[in-house]
Write a protein that binds this ligand. Structure first.
Ligand SMILES: Cc1cc2nc3c(=O)[nH]c(=O)nc-3n(C[C@H](O)[C@H](O)[C@H](O)COP(=O)(O)OP(=O)(O)OC[C@H]3O[C@@H](n4cnc5c(N)ncnc54)[C@H](O)[C@@H]3O)c2cc1C
Length: 466
């Protein structure tokens, strides 16, 4: 739909409109309101089930007081270096370092000033993390993170969240300055005049046409993110002349229980589990990264694999709400011997036993595994297994923004009044599936949320005083 150019006809006015009520949108609204301006969040879903709500709620930050209390001394540059290592140096160095520097303040702000319940995670590391640095709700669910953020939005007198209200267009003036939004709310169409707009409506993983155009490898994969993420924020920005980057970037995941559709934490793999295909053989280096490894899972017969692990890892999994749901749903199978587990999983017993024996040799350091995995760990019966598939979680390309979250034109100048964060903005994951570093999703969602919310509020005050 072409950008709406009717700048005269308004239903009502507000200071800041936020499009989308995931992590980026809720954080932006709270940050703006805490700085003294009114912020209205429009959410298209009646019962929002955003990616943030579906996530593991793992927020990376190097240099928090929680990390120091756990005896770990590191700083933002260490996080930035890990991100660069994973994306082969392809993310914007200034933006990457800026978000890494914002991260510790952001985590402490969420806990101290927003009331989000976060704990430090020090029982497993995600691929590519050289240190423990994740902060998550005790349940390790994004649902708990969103519930705390919503409570803060509902409690603040300057913020309001309106659900079932889809922003269907932006309104812009003759210089492409954004002046308002058009909102479909039930049977009503409202035209809302606003001073600043923050696009927090994620990327395009829920839009099959855009996935086919930009990330064709994932067109047939299970989509495991929110239905609301259909890419309009990026399309509006492009129509206003915004620059875009990394449109082929996405995060996939190699371990979603099938047919149950429940995320099986990758902690099981990172701490020693492995995957086999339907003939009972390993097919890649599982710990290289769950995003790129998802493509290998999808390339196996039937596009499926089985996570194989032991009781120690099963107990680790029980720390995650999702995993407990998978146990309750009957997705997790268990047996005293690997041969009996093979029967449970309907895998060829002799081949699976041989695969385990080879893996144990690698774990004992007797030889390097066929796929170069160096962190194999000995598994002890009883053994566990779960059938999984590879899934698309979200896209990582989008509008180019500056250090404040302002959307930039191709000439580098900002589009007046327009901000973007989270999945709408170009991410830190380089190209394709392999550059995604665990935590890049919430780092860019919450990080740009705070930056955009604060900057929008400050600009409104500056303009009022000018
Ligand atoms: C299963 C899963 C696990 C993950 N785990 C982690 C993790 O542990 N750590 C991490 O860093 N990342 C994780 N990620 C990635 C992370 O969830 C996302 O990168 C992040 O949540 C994106 O936040 P967002 O605010 O940009 O988008 P979202 O949280 O998806 O919010 C966007 C909202 O905008 C709404 N919306 C869209 N269009 C409109 C419109 N036109 N009008 C009004 N509303 C609209 C949508 O309905 C949605 O509610 C995970 C992703 C998945 C799928």
């Amino acid at each position: 739909m072409a950008i709406d150019r009717d700048t005269t006809n308004w239903t009502f006015e507000t200071d800041v409109v936020v499009v989308g009520s995931g992590g980026c949108g809720l954080t932006a609204a709270i940050a703006a309101a805490q700085s003294g301006v009114e912020a209205l969040v429009f959410e298209k879903q009646n019962r929002p089930w955003s990616n943030t709500a579906r996530s593991g709620g793992m927020i990376p930050a190097a240099g928090t007081r929680f990390q120091r209390a756990a005896g770990i001394e590191e700083g933002p540059e260490d996080l930035a270096q890990d991100i660069f290592r994973k994306n082969h140096g392809s993310s914007d160095p200034e933006i990457t370092r800026h978000l890494a520097r914002v991260a510790p303040q952001m985590v402490e702000w969420l806990v101290d000033d927003v009331g989000v319940d976060l704990v430090f995670v020090d029982d497993f590391k995600y691929p590519g993390h050289s240190q423990y640095r994740m902060h998550a709700p005790p349940s390790r669910t994004g649902g708990a993170l969103v519930a705390d953020l919503r409570r803060a939005v509902e409690a603040h007198p300057l913020t309001e969240l309106i659900t079932g209200a889809s922003v269907i267009n932006l309104v812009a003036g003759s210089d492409d300055e954004v002046l308002g939004v058009v909102v479909e709310h039930g049977t009503r169409i409202e035209r809302v005049r606003t001073r600043k707009i923050i696009l927090a409506c994620n990327g395009f993983a829920g839009n099959p046409e855009m996935v086919a155009e930009y990330c064709p490898a994932m067109i047939d994969a299970l989509y495991f993110g929110g239905e609301g993420n259909t890419g309009e924020g990026i399309l509006w920005g492009m129509e206003l002349g915004a620059a875009v980057a990394f449109m082929d970037a996405f995060q996939a995941h190699a371990s979603v229980a099938t047919p149950h559709g429940i995320l099986i934490t990758y902690a099981l793999i990172m701490e020693g589990g492995f995957q086999v295909n339907s003939v009972g053989k390993r097919f890649g280096n599982e710990s290289s990264g769950y995003s790129e490894h998802a493509l290998e899972v999808l390339a196996q017969p039937g596009g499926v694999a089985w996570d194989i692990y032991d009781r120690r890892l099963h107990l680790l999994g029980l720390n995650f709400d999702d995993y407990r749901q998978a146990v309750e749903a009957g997705a997790i199978r268990q047996a005293d011997t690997i041969e009996d587990l093979a029967l449970e999983l309907r895998l060829p017993a002799t081949t699976l036993a041989q695969t385990l024996a080879d893996y144990q040799n690698c774990a004992a350091g007797e030889r390097v595994g066929p796929f170069g995995r160096l962190d194999c760990r000995r598994l002890e019966g009883p053994f566990y297994g779960v059938k999984v598939t590879g899934a698309l979680f979200h896209t990582q390309g989008g509008l180019l923004v500056d250090n404040e979250g302002r959307v930039l034109k191709k000439d580098g100048s900002p589009i007046p009044n327009l901000y973007a964060g989270g999945g709408v903005a170009a991410g830190l994951s380089g190209h394709g599936a392999g550059g995604y570093f665990s935590g890049n999703g919430l780092l860019t969602a919450l990080g740009y949320g705070i930056l955009a919310g604060r900057h929008a509020s400050q600009s409104i005050k500056n303009e009022a005083g000018a």
